[in-house]
Design a protein around this ligand. Structure first.
Ligand code: ZN
Length: 340
């Protein structure tokens, strides 16, 4: 049974439509778990002759989904997924102090890898769906104004199906393709600088109840392409991103429910020279850090894959995994067996 988090400013949660940066929300549609308003009668199981079958009444949310309490075994109520675009694990120490602290205090996979095609959209789609590009369908790496969207359930669709809210704040518009057009996710594009993304995300985060918040900081990727990975310009961008991560952590602490909140910090790919996308270790290895809530300090040496991100988040929130998902929940630091 999951503790109900305190009601916080609900007005922000009413703003739950798919919106574009700079465009005000035109219609407000709430995705907050609604109070049970509909009751349905369950099919009676073979009643005895002459005996009036006992009516079994199951209460559902207004949209027909099971209420929040159905998340059996949930470890947390809120998951914040932070993807720092192009962040190589070997730049974190000594340049990203906040991320390094999370790596030390949390569960850290020292050998985490992205998908074979180490580019932004395919990799992020695998991160949030738990399957390879062939299955989720986003094998291209650009924004398609004519529309395109992921072809597999995601952490966002699973959370919404369970009556939870979802917010996505990104640096690049092409990440809109991670959402189904019918998604009620609060979506905003902040642009190339992470402080603009956090400016949009932090008020949402302060008011969010149960669910998933995804933040994408693209500074290191932009600097890597421009100045080269591991160059001074790249390191500066990593420092900027680290400050944004620190701002998110500060905002989470302010909420006062850290024990029911988990952060997963990772990246879509690394990079070398001025590019990425090859099979080189510099491109394929990514940071993978679990921190907060029930997470114990742990170092994982076996390979962890970006597809494991979705599976781990679904597990932590007590949500069902699709039966053919590729990723595995990484339970080492969550009180579970290794490789569960
Ligand atoms: Zn990228």
């Amino acid at each position: 049974m999951v503790r109900s988090p305190p009601m916080l400013a609900g007005s922000l949660l009413a703003c739950a439509c798919l919106i574009a940066c700079g465009n005000p929300v035109e219609s407000a549609k709430t995705t907050a778990p609604a109070a049970p308003t509909a009751a349905v009668e369950a099919e009676p199981s073979a009643p005895e002759k002459g005996v009036e079958p006992e009516k079994v009444v199951a209460e559902l949310n207004a949209d027909g989904t099971a209420p929040d309490a159905a998340r059996e075994g949930a470890l947390v109520d809120l998951v914040v997924l932070i993807s720092v675009d192009g962040l190589r694990p070997d730049v974190i120490f000594p340049h990203a102090r906040m991320i390094e602290r999370m790596r030390q205090k949390g569960t850290h996979a020292a050998n985490a890898r992205t998908v074979a095609k180490a580019t932004t959209l395919p990799s992020h789609a695998s991160m949030v769906s738990g399957v390879e590009p062939l299955k989720h369908g986003l094998s291209f790496n650009s924004y398609k104004p004519e529309g395109a969207h992921i072809q597999y359930p995601t952490i966002f669709s699973a959370a919404q199906d369970a009556g939870l809210t979802t917010g996505v704040f990104v640096g690049k518009r092409k990440l809109q393709h991670l959402l189904d057009p019918s998604s009620e996710t609060h979506f905003e594009v902040g642009g190339a600088f992470c402080h603009r993304v956090t400016k949009l995300a932090l008020p949402y985060l302060a008011a969010a109840e149960s669910g998933v918040v995804f933040m994408h900081f693209s500074d290191p990727d932009g600097a890597g392409h421009e100045h080269g990975w591991m160059s001074k310009g790249y390191v500066d961008a990593v420092r900027r991103s680290d400050r944004c991560v620190a701002d998110v952590v500060k905002a989470l602490r302010k909420r006062g429910d850290m024990e029911r909140t988990m952060v997963l910090l990772t990246a879509d790919h690394g990079g070398h020279d001025h590019r990425h996308g090859s099979r080189l270790k510099a491109d394929k290895h990514i940071p993978w850090i679990l921190w907060g809530g029930p997470v114990q300090p742990k170092r994982i040496r076996r390979p962890v894959y970006t597809t494991d991100t979705a599976a781990t988040i679904l597990h932590a929130l007590g949500l069902k995994k699709p039966s053919d998902i590729t990723g595995k929940a990484i339970l080492d630091g969550l009180g579970g067996p290794e490789g569960g």
